[in-house]
Design a protein around this ligand. Structure first.
Ligand code: FEO
Length: 164
């Protein structure tokens, strides 16, 4: 069983993962529109991954006998000022998601819900990877500076991202 506070918090976080998927899909369309096909592919893969995160949460709520409440998904931005600007937003976004998961974990601790704490360990570990990956991309695009060919090299690298 989940108590009302946790059920509400888990549903809210599931919504946030759906929003992440929307945001990355919107970013994929943006990159595509400016012909950075590798970044577009990377963002689309990330959108799929975020959908997986939301569904992990969905299944857990059901497994615990909770009620699924699908909240409205906020509309994501539809454009960014540059590739660097887009990836800076990714990094900022992932830091925010980490904070949300930490708050969720604190609610579990307050409620002495050990099963949900264990469930959240996967998300806590995942966020370390997500923050590190996005920060690395930001730094590499910064290193490329004004060189289009250097940015296109990163684009090509990210275009080889495999589905998980
Ligand atoms: Fe599911 Fe990127 O956090």
């Amino acid at each position: 069983m989940l108590n009302d506070q946790l059920q509400e918090a888990l549903n809210r976080h599931m919504n946030s993962e759906f929003f992440s998927s929307y945001m990355y899909l919107s970013m994929a369309a943006y990159f595509d529109s400016i012909h950075y096909k590798g970044f577009a592919h990377w963002a689309q893969e990330q959108a799929n991954e975020e959908l997986g995160h939301a569904m992990k949460m969905y299944q857990y709520i059901l497994d615990k006998g909770g009620k699924i409440v699908l909240l409205p998904i906020e509309g994501p931005p539809t454009t960014w000022d540059s590739c660097l600007g887009a990836f800076e937003e990714v990094y900022k976004h992932e830091q925010k998601v980490t904070q949300q998961i930490n708050s969720l974990y604190e609610i579990c601790q307050e409620n002495k819900d050990y099963a949900t704490q264990t469930f959240l360990h996967w998300f806590i570990t995942e966020q370390v990877e997500e923050e590190s990956m996005s920060s690395e991309i930001v730094e590499r695009i910064k290193l490329a500076g004004n060189s289009n060919s250097a940015v296109l090299l990163i684009d090509s690298e990210l275009g080889s991202r495999k589905s998980e």
